[in-house]
Design a protein around this ligand. Sequence first.
Ligand code: HEM
Length: 553
Amino acid sequence: MFEAIHRAVSELSLGGAVILVSTALLLVLAIIYNDRLLFVSKSKDVPMVSGGLPLVGHLKWLLDLAARRVKFLDEMVEFQRTVGKGGRPFSISFPALGGKVTVINRPEYIKWCQKTNFPNYIKGDSFRESMGDVMGIHGIFVADGEPWKRQRKMASHIFSVGNFRTHVQSAIQKDLTTMKSLLNDVSQRGTQVNLADVFFRFTLSSFSQMAFSADIKCLPAEAAGLNEVVEFAAAFDYAQQVMENRFFELLGTFMERFNEKGRNMRKATDVLHSFCYKIIDLRLAARREGTVQGAVSSKGDKDLLALFMDMGLERDELLPVVLNFLIAGRDTTAQSLAWLFYEFALHPEWMEKCRQEAIDYLGKGDTARLMGYDDLSALTCMHACFYEAIRLHPAVPKNVKKVVKDDVIRPYAQGGDEKDSSLTSQPGDLPDIVVKKGESVAWSDYGMARMPEIWGEDCLVYNPERFIETRPDGTKTIKTYSQYKFHAFNAGPRLCLGQTLATYEGVAVMAVILSDYNVLFDHEALRRDPPTYADSLTHPLVNPYTVRFEKRE
Ligand code: HEM
């Protein structure tokens, strides 16, 4: 037989021999990598999602994702329940994100990547390639290393307590007053209102005011104003979905040079950039003319734009600053409020408790006072309801990091968590995870909220009680968890800068609505067409619901 093979090979031309050897090699590789991408390693402790094909792994799943034939977050929940049974890590392999993504939906693993070995897990090139043209490669959401550190340090000044008590509070209270007029008008007219839209307008307007001292007039005081489309918002909603898709599309950005999507994306980017340049140019002109344009409060502190201008940033360098912060300040909080009121529709008993708290503490009708930043610590029920909505519907529902150097993630080999001792895992509780340079790790806060291993058997239930603690004297306070467990605001050095702002805004808006209005949900429509999420970088409702408001006596 060997002789026959030898004779057949010796009779082959050079070309034929190359083809034969290549085929044999491919066959051998296909046998070795029979369920995953070429050269991707496998570990017995970290199972791989089944159904991977030889040499290309889960390419088909990736294509389904890019074509939106599957819903990413629900798929992740299902993989966790089946492949990562018992709350264990699992992996998936495809020709993107470094070939292999290990899903680490456990606080202990996340702590390793976001604190213990933070420099080894970066945003990396896929963020820059997917988001750079819109958000700028040095925008705080995209950047790593020094550019990120500089922006973070500078921006943290506007989130200081001193600043909250001065122009953050006054910007929010100004818009709460406008919102009161709007609610009054829509309730008198019986107008159906897209609640998510009102929240987007509120957060965009108040953040522009506090960060850039710019009144962009997107929150109307009357119902008729709601008919005017906010161009910035529409453009960003589109851009967000395209940026999200680029993480999964193999030739996405290349094809955008020629297709309709690319043309629309360039138009959306122009709208976003012109919007931000308008804000920047106004301030530059005011600086040249020596008029401060409200940038400095009586206490001498500065808004975000002034802080970055003082660093000597040019017009073009200011663009990503304005855009990244506008987006951070708008979407997340507004979406969280929209999900919260959906939970209120399903759990009216919690809405009533919040109403009572708002009335007891801030009053109602003409004598009600607007919530101040210092009131937050007393409004435990509303605070807890907001956080429980964010736990179940996290505004940044998933995240991914690139591995810089080979590493072994060892959940037990790091300090215990002072806030939550249940996080301290012992060797053997959870497997170590070996990751290679260039691969990715990912987590889903949406998925983690739905894991009994993290939030208990009632994890799927909207239960704000889990955020309420009773002090020894019987009074209530907010229950805090480790950042790595209640992880919706991220953790470690890249912890969300706006958590307190978002919480203040969320509770203040809740108080203004609930103290004076009944929210009339269309329960039949909600049953027929329950809100669901759109796969995006953040967590928008794909089919936002409408409500009417009824003034209370
Ligand atoms: C409910 C509301 C909010 C939630 C759930 C939330 C959540 C998050 C998350 C998960 C991240 C990490 C994102 C990433 O890794 O790419 C983040 C980062 C950030 N958030 Fe928030 N956020 C909220 C509101 C806000 C607000 C109102 C602001 C105000 C500007 C803000 C400013 C930021 C900034 C500047 C970062 C980047 C931090 C860094 O990379 O160092 N966030 N937020």
